[in-house]
Design a binder for this molecule. Structure first.
Ligand code: AMP
Length: 219
């Protein structure tokens, strides 16, 4: 099964994808995580990606598509994948369709998360992520705080603020989202596999509630 998580930064894609990974037994693959790992390890890809990520811009399509194409060839994704943060442009979506077609697969479900704009900035500014690359748990210091300040409940590693979670970068990421990624809602609506979910404290619906709903729908 191929699931895509679509949504502006801060809507909870990573949180929902992480929960779906646990519940459905298929892996979450985040292009953002792959870039951050490469930046941390100082690879050539990391150096290139950082130039874009630090400004809140998208890494070029040809680079990102190649990464996903290679990753999808790995045996641990044979059973399925939850793509978190890919595709982010129509070009990426078209290329993904081609890559999957060659494997006799297709996109089965696209989960589009929406959150009121005013909540997005607040959520990102309050976001803390686990520094352990193998854990990557996500917290919100107001809505979903860790039991112990600054420490991950799951693995005990230190919680950090993502470098691109500054208000200025978030605004650039949001404007890039609406310009380059939002057209994918139409793209997948036409394919007939779009499921839209609102994540908002105003209706008492957080990532974990949405994940439960999706698990029920996919049953
Ligand atoms: P994320 O962790 O999904 O918020 O991604 C962090 C950053 O990585 C984004 O703001 C982009 O700069 C870059 N990035 C992640 N996924 C993609 C993608 N599919 N295409 C281009 N850039 C991406």
């Amino acid at each position: 099964m191929v699931i895509i998580m679509l949504g502006a930064p801060g809507t909870g894609k990573g949180t929902v994808a992480g929960l779906l990974q646990e519940r459905l037994g298929i892996k979450q693959v985040s292009t953002g995580d792959i870039f951050r790992k490469n930046i941390k390890e100082g690879t050539e890809l990391g150096t290139l990606a950082e130039k874009y990520i630090s400004k809140g811009n998208l890494v070029p399509d040809e680079v990102t598509i190649k990464i996903i194409e290679d990753r999808l060839n790995e045996p641990d994704l044979e059973k399925g994948v939850i793509l978190d943060g890919f595709p982010r442009t129509v070009k990426q979506a078209e290329e993904l369709d081609k890559i999957l077609q060659l494997k006799g697969k297709k996109v089965d479900k696209v989960i589009s998360l929406t959150t009121p704009d005013e909540e997005i900035i607040e959520r990102i500014v309050n976001r803390r992520v686990c520094s352990n690359q193998d854990c990557k748990a996500v917290y919100n210091i107001v809505l979903n705080p860790p039991k112990k300040d600054g420490i991950c409940d799951k693995c005990g590693a230190e919680l950090i603020v993502r470098k691109d979670d500054t208000e200025e970068t978030v605004r650039a990421r949001l404007s890039n989202y609406f310009e380059q990624t939002a057209p994918l809602v139409d793209y997948y609506e036409k394919q007939g596999n779009l499921l839209t979910e609102v994540v908002s404290k105003s209706i008492n619906k957080l990532g974990k509630d949405v994940a439960e709903e999706i698990v029920e729908i996919l049953k």
